[in-house]
Design a protein around this ligand. Structure first.
Ligand SMILES: Cc1ncc(COP(=O)(O)O)c(C=O)c1O
Length: 278
């Protein structure tokens, strides 16, 4: 995720921590990276925003462990419904609780979960305590209320996303659909192994043409809302390169879709009409 990548880059530069960015879908590249110097933490994101690349968590955990490093997984997009990274060998799991855990786009929060209550975890807890990064009571209440429906919401949104991905893959206005639930996605085999009950509610489409065509499609939808964020009850669409700015790695014709709880037919008709009207 672009925001986290920028934050890590700036934070590590400020605090003089060596950081190496590597494509962790390539396990040989990951192994080579952790052996280039002392490594204390391997941080992966799967499926990864906004191309939904899938990293093999169990294999990454083994690579990290062999080097005496911890593996942390940003599992925001998979949600606890579809993936349990600790069971696959991860040491830490992070969720932007702003997203599916809360599910209603009205809370900013995060969750960090550790496999063991050891000295390193106590240091993290101490840092949180002294730095004060704790949610207020109202935010905590909203989050708990949202989480009561987590499994129902995520199950439904993921099922809708899969069906939309299949239909969009056959659409003349779409060059390519990126969704780990499609067999055409390079991460599908690993996703099928490490995700249960679905592949999440996030997908991206590469619109046939270029950035202008993608922006026109995003400008035409009526059911999808044009907004960033993800994992809420409303479906969202955004032109990722515009949102990320000049340092983006997103393809110029990529539209990111977060699927919510609206009717499948309404969402499909909306996208179909927006893609046809070009
Ligand atoms: C995968 C992933 N991780 C982390 C974040 C950060 O979320 P927040 O800004 O709500 O803390 C996001 C936000 O889009 C995300 O997509």
């Amino acid at each position: 995720y672009h925001g986290l990548r920028l934050w890590m880059t700036e934070w590590c530069a400020t605090w003089n921590v060596d950081l190496e960015l590597v494509d962790a879908t390539d396990l040989d590249a990951l192994r080579a990276a952790v052996h280039r110097g002392p490594t204390s933490l391997v941080w992966i994101e799967t499926p990864a925003n906004p191309t939904w690349d899938v990293v093999d968590i169990a294999a990454a955990a083994e690579i990290a462990r062999a080097r005496g490093a911890r593996l942390a997984v940003d599992s925001t997009v998979a949600t606890p419904v579809h993936t349990q990274p600790l069971a696959l060998g991860a040491d830490l799991v992070m969720h932007a609780a702003t997203k599916a855990l809360n599910g209603h786009s009205d809370v900013l929060a995060g969750a960090l979960v550790a496999a063991r209550d050891d000295e390193a975890w106590q240091r993290v807890r101490h840092l949180r305590h002294v730095q004060g990064a704790v949610p207020g009571p109202f935010e905590a209440w909203l989050l708990l209320r949202g989480m009561r429906t987590l499994f129902v919401r995520v199950g439904r949104a993921s099922a809708t996303a899969l069906e939309l991905a299949r239909r969009l893959a056959a659409h003349a206005g779409v060059e390519r659909v990126l969704y780990p639930g499609l067999e055409s996605h390079p991460g599908h085999a690993v996703a099928a192994r490490q995700m249960q009950g679905g592949f999440g509610s996030m997908l991206s489409i590469l619109v046939r043409g270029g950035a202008e065509d993608a922006l026109r499609v995003a400008g035409r939808v009526k059911v999808f809302l044009r907004a960033t964020s993800l994992g809420g009850v409303e479906s969202l669409i955004e032109h990722r390169a515009t949102v990320e700015g000049p340092r983006t790695l997103a393809p110029p014709n990529l539209l990111r879709l977060s699927i919510g709880l609206e009717s499948l037919d309404d969402l499909w008709t909306d996208l179909d009409e927006a893609l046809r009207a070009r």
